[in-house]
Write a protein that binds this ligand. Sequence first.
Ligand code: TYD
Length: 206
Amino acid sequence: MSRGLFITLEGGDGTGKSTQAELLREWLTAEGRTVVRTREPGGTDVGVEIRELVLHHRGDIDPRAEALLYAADRAHHVATLVRPALERGEVVVQDRYLDSSVAYQGAGRVLDPAEVRSLSEWATGGLLPDLTVLLDLDPGAARSRLDAARTRFDRLEAEASEFHERVRRAFLGLAAAEPDRFLVVDAAQPIDVIAERIRERVAALA
Ligand code: TYD
């Protein structure tokens, strides 16, 4: 393996993306690769400010404005960090990329997923990952990982769980449409079993 590789991890909140990204980074490094481990939103200094705005702003952000903020983060991240690393022949291991925009902003049911995708393609000059690992997990199971103590859902949480169910279905639909780019892994499996499946697929990319 010596050419640049762009690997993204996708999935709902609490599906173990960061854990798997870290294990992949360690393995690739042991294989002699230089790895850039990064994430969206927030992989650059500009991105940290956009992340703060989009995730911690009090009050609503208009859906188109929100989509543009994620796209702006992505444009700057790809131009200043991801593409230069790939051009140096390095491996970029990244939590979330354009599929998150299509799944999450599309799941709000206001924006057309195809338009959200085009926006990201414009923002990145059409850069697609060599491999996208989808960690697929039932949102209820993901939630209990995040908050094991909670047993009762109030109305807002129930709405949130429908939203997360739509996000999950959107990710699975994206994976089915591009089977060559995606590896779908059952994220309910043990951490090392998941890590091994990812390593096998990455090794085959060389
Ligand atoms: P992240 O930091 O990966 O959080 P988590 O650990 O919960 O997965 O992502 C933050 C949130 O941003 C997450 O809820 C998904 C959302 N998001 C979008 O809605 N659109 C996007 O394009 C991206 C990159 C993230």
